[in-house]
Write a protein that binds this ligand. Structure first.
Ligand SMILES: [Zn+2]
Length: 309
């Protein structure tokens, strides 16, 4: 048995995982004391681990947002946690005698999807479409890490050279054009300059509550600005996915994340476009579908870090 932990900017979720089934046992969830600093977050993780009986635990796996050092397993940078080094791997290894692993949260979620649903598939990609865009890539049955553990940062692949400014400082990154935050940022900018139409009326009533779903609904009712925004969103999402398909030639791509959960019809729209622009040989053999595991994927995948991947 292993402890799997999903460390996010708002909550820390943990549970016992067996690696034999996709259940999370003794599931726990606490808020991340992010505003109190690194030490408080570390203490919260220790306190959470303390609530489990460690006598039969063979390892502690953590999935965290951000870039992870391949040697120390420290978090080098995480936009949702700390913008500089958080030496999580080093501290946990000093504290516990059992093995500890820290890996990027989307990568561990990809491991869990692959392990429990697509084990016989050798080339598999999991893309999470939420506030940003992240991926976990499995090539020839192995999780792709890259020489400095930075492979799979698809969110920062530039797909529109003169496009929107990304949080990373570049213009036109995949996530600046097609993530939840990216699309809403573009929508607000367009609405503030246009100031008319169905979507503007909705936005003007409560500016903070604009959702991707609102854009789709206004587009369906014939609002021209919303139609343009939705078309552009699907265009860039499809372009990004078709590039990934062309480069990696996967058999299966699964899509997950908050934006997809609330707009599942995106998949059919992306299939129509991405399959036209991808390399035809790759497109013929690739399928795109929704993730199976939902929110427990990162806890399950954190446990799987102890299998040979
Ligand atoms: Zn970027």
């Amino acid at each position: 048995m292993y402890i799997g932990i999903d460390l996010g900017g708002t909550s820390i979720k943990a549970g016992i995982v067996t690696l034999y089934d996709s259940n999370v046992y003794d599931h726990k969830n606490i808020p991340t004391p992010i505003s109190e600093g690194k030490e408080a977050v570390l203490e919260a993780i220790y306190d959470l681990i303390k609530t489990f009986d460690l006598s039969e635990i063979k390892g502690i796996g953590i999935g965290s947002a951000g870039s992870i050092d391949p040697e120390t397993r420290d978090i080098l940078y995480s936009p949702n946690l700390f913008h500089d080094l958080f030496p999580l791997g080093t501290f946990l290894r000093e504290k516990y005698e059992i093995p500890v692993m820290v890996e990027n949260d989307v990568r561990v979620a990809a491991l869990a999807e692959h392990h429990y649903y697509y084990k016989s598939i050798r080339n598999f990609i999991c893309i999470y479409l939420g506030t940003g865009i992240g991926s976990g890539i499995i090539v020839d049955g192995k999780l792709l890490s890259g020489c400095s553990n930075a492979a799979g940062e698809v969110g920062h692949m530039v797909i529109n050279a003169r496009g929107s400014l990304c949080a990373c400082g570049n213009n036109g990154c995949f996530e600046a054009e097609a993530s939840g935050q990216g699309v809403l940022r573009k929508a607000r900018k367009a609405l503030e300059s246009e100031r008319k139409g169905l979507l503007f009326e909705k936005y003007n009533r409560d500016k903070a509550s604009l959702l991707i779903r609102d854009i789709k609904e206004a587009a369906l009712k014939g609002d021209p600005l919303a139609s343009n925004l939705w078309e552009e969103f699907i265009f860039f999402l499809s372009l990004g996915i078709s590039n990934i398909m062309t480069i990696f030639n996967p058999e299966v791509i699964v899509l997950g994340g908050g934006v997809l959960e609330s707009n599942p019809e995106i998949i059919d729209e992306v299939i129509k476009q991405a399959w036209k622009s991808a390399n035809p040989v790759s497109a013929r053999t690739c399928s795109l579908t929704k993730v199976n595991l939902g929110k427990k994927a990162s806890i399950l995948g954190a446990g799987l870090l102890f299998l040979e991947y």
